[in-house]
Design a protein around this ligand. Structure first.
Ligand code: ADP
Length: 455
């Protein structure tokens, strides 16, 4: 695949003067890349072995606040270092940055060199290991949506993110002409990602003005989660280079559609047999797929935090918008939280439509796999498929509609506590409560507009 590098390949590229910089990054709690820029000579001499980063990187919020109350680190503990261990299988060129390569790191305890359990890559690797012990792997694909603006990030910030101009003026769902006008950015994104060991299938206009979707080929869960994090960072960097802004907020404007990250998932044997496929089953679904899907539904409330981690994430769950509000399954029905796609083929798979574009892919994939595995291990029975408009049906299992409810469900999830470990769940419950508290103490524009004179 174009862009993939080995250490030897990096050495050769450095000798030819093609690469002078290596980005060495971990994936943080928000799914962002955090790390350092190495000179390639230093990276090749010793940096490839390990580097270090402050351990507050996995105990902070979107704004890099040193949040008090995490067990893992604190002022009291002195905010020491983590070891960042490059995973050389993720080494790749970054074609949109001149002379640059990137490697992702595992985050290890500085002293013991054990995985830091709440590090998003470690959380996912733990679930992948459970699958492997059962002779299986999960293949995943996340479809990322985002808005593209005419303004640059700097202009958007200077305007206080008000009165932004979207790249298009009308709903551009599948629209070729409108998206032709956006090719300056989107073609650079497709080709850039493809040259960075991320096989792009397509991009398309989405269901609102200025909304885009990028689809890449499915891959094993860890590879796909890594790619997802690099795609988001790459879209931001490429848009920035073109003097444009993008936003992956789940709901950046009341009037606009939300941006999602639908996750397609299927289980395969380690030697490549599609375990979700049974030609005799309903829609070609195997008994294993039915149990996995039943697990997703049984734990839909508990895993929602990992699909919708911020206050804003819950603003996306609105009826009649293609964003789901109900945790039910259906066959090829976009009003359901979980949809079966690729029926009656080897590609039969479950699509989780709950997550927003703001999710952390490693945590989200891990939570989905854990819920699905619980369904398999407990041989859960799949309820009948939902037919019709799930938005307006009554008595149907709801997706938690607030961060507060999702946090309570997360905190009390025996399934997730067993799968991830108590310390990991406590860590993310604390992050969720912090997010809620930070919001609760703010007075919003809406309150002032509504009440200033009339209250
Ligand atoms: P739709 O447009 O109906 O959502 P697509 O055909 O565009 O579906 O596929 C969506 C995503 O599903 C793509 O990223 C594709 O690579 C991925 N995908 C295809 N087959 C599988 C599979 N067996 N398991 C997981 N993901 C898959």
């Amino acid at each position: 695949m174009a862009g993939k590098l080995t250490l030897e390949g990096l050495k050769a590229a450095a000798e030819k003067g093609e690469i002078d910089t290596v980005l060495v990054a971990l994936v943080d709690m928000q799914g962002r890349l955090m790390g350092k820029r190495f000179h390639v000579d230093f990276f090749l001499a010793s940096g490839f072995e390990e580097t270090h980063g402050c351990n507050y990187l996995l105990a902070t919020d979107l704004e890099m606040v040193t949040v008090e109350g995490f067990k893992a680190t604190s002022w009291e503990a002195g905010y020491g270092d983590y070891t960042m261990k490059p995973d050389l299988s993720t080494l790749r060129r970054i074609p949109w940055l001149e002379g640059t390569a990137l490697v992702l790191c595992d985050v290890l305890d500085h002293h013991t060199h054990e995985d830091v359990p709440h590090s998003p890559r470690a959380v996912l690797k733990r679930q992948v290991a459970r699958l492997e012990a059962m002779g299986m792997k999960a293949m995943m694909a996340s479809e990322l949506e985002f808005f593209l603006f005419r303004d640059s990030f700097e202009e958007a910030s200077a305007k206080g993110y008000r009165g932004l101009e979207r790249i298009g003026a009308y709903n551009e769902d599948y629209h070729i002409f409108q998206t032709t006008k956006e090719e300056d950015v989107m073609r650079a994104i497709r080709n850039g990602l493809n040259g960075a060991d991320i096989p792009v299938e397509n991009s398309k206009g989405e269901a609102d003005a200025g909304q885009e979707e990028i689809n890449v080929r499915y891959a094993d869960a860890l590879t796909m989660a890594d790619r997802h994090a690099i795609i988001k960072n790459g879209c931001k960097e490429i848009a920035w280079q073109k003097g444009r802004a993008v936003s992956f907020m789940a709901k950046w404007d009341n009037q606009a559609a939300g941006s999602s990250a639908h996750v397609h998932q299927s289980l395969w044997s380690l030697d490549g047999k599609p375990l979700f496929f049974d030609p005799e089953g309903e829609h070609g679904m195997s008994a294993m797929m039915r149990r996995y899907l039943a697990g997703l539904l049984a734990h839909a409330g508990e895993i929602t935090y990992f699909l919708a981690p911020y206050i804003n994430s819950y603003k996306r769950f609105a009826a009649g918008t293609f964003a789901p509000t109900k945790a039910i399954w259906s066959f090829d029905n976009r009003t359901a939280g979980y949809r079966v796609c690729g029926g009656d083929t080897r590609a039969v798979r479950a699509e989780c439509r709950v997550g927003g574009a703001d999710l952390n892919p490693h945590l989200a994939f891990a939570a989905l796999i854990a819920a699905g595995l619980d369904g398999i291990e407990n041989e859960r029975e799949l309820e009948p498929a939902f037919v019709g408009d799930a938005y307006h049906g009554s008595g149907i299992r709801e997706i938690p509609s607030t961060l507060r409810d999702a946090t309570t469900a997360l905190d009390s999830s025996e399934m997730l506590r067993k799968a991830f470990g108590d310390d990991v769940i406590d860590h993310y419950v604390h992050a969720a409560r912090w997010e809620q508290t930070e919001y609760d103490r703010r007075v919003t524009d809406w309150e002032i507009r509504r009440g200033f004179e009339r209250a």
